[in-house]
Ligand binder design. Sequence first.
Ligand code: KMH
Ligand code: ZN
Length: 269
Amino acid sequence: MTAIITVATTGPIAFTSDNPALPTQPEEIADAVADAYTAGAAVAHIHVRDRDDQPTADLDIARRTMDLIAERCPILIQLSTGVGLSVPFEDREALVELRPLMATLNPCTMSFGAGEFRNPPDAVRRLAARMLELGVKPELEIYDTGHLDACIQLYNEGLLADPLQFSIVLGVRGGMAATPQNLMTMVERLPDGTAWQVIAIGRRNLELTGVGLALGGNARAGLEDTLYLRKGELAPGNTPLVKRAVDLARALDRPVADVDQARKLLGLS
Ligand code: KMH
Ligand code: ZN
């Protein structure tokens, strides 16, 4: 079975002071995404920054970044509506008005490291309904077992359409720890017919990405999830992390999906 590789070049937490290879400006992000596409990524998960390198939901910056990516390669774009912990939900949700092919939907409020990730129930429902209306496919980011139940409730209320697409996020302090046991528990509980990938944050990124691929999931790679190739060795960019995920998939006899195959597997129009 083919595996979809998503590149996540730039998250909301790290800065270039943590890893100088982190792309933060639209051209840098677009260049990193194009390289990742060449290395085998079919989906690009996108966060943008303002000129001071702070996470932002600025629509012009997001639009420009999407356009620069589209000029460079046909990768499938997934905008983050998580954006950053200090950005209000009302600004974050407006990003779907840009009508990206996909966007993340974070179903629950939680502690997130030293901060708080605010996703109040009413606001999540409003965003899910708007995404359905606009035809923006949600990637459901689940950081704990109850987040899956919250998503199933949204589905039962008619706010999510088949096929469901989950990211099982492991290793955020405040969510599930990055252990194979936690991953197994989540995979066993996923409804039939769902697409899923592992997002393994931090030190156990490599190991849990490998376990996810071995279990039949898709994989995400990039500096949003880990700044290191291995302990003590900063990744010199996103592409080495993407190449490593591609190599892992192939070693497990999982051919890597191209953009057309990924579109079909994710039920995208
Ligand atoms: N970095 C992720 C664990 C999203 O993109 O929607 C959290 C996040 C969510 O950034
Ligand atoms: Zn993200």
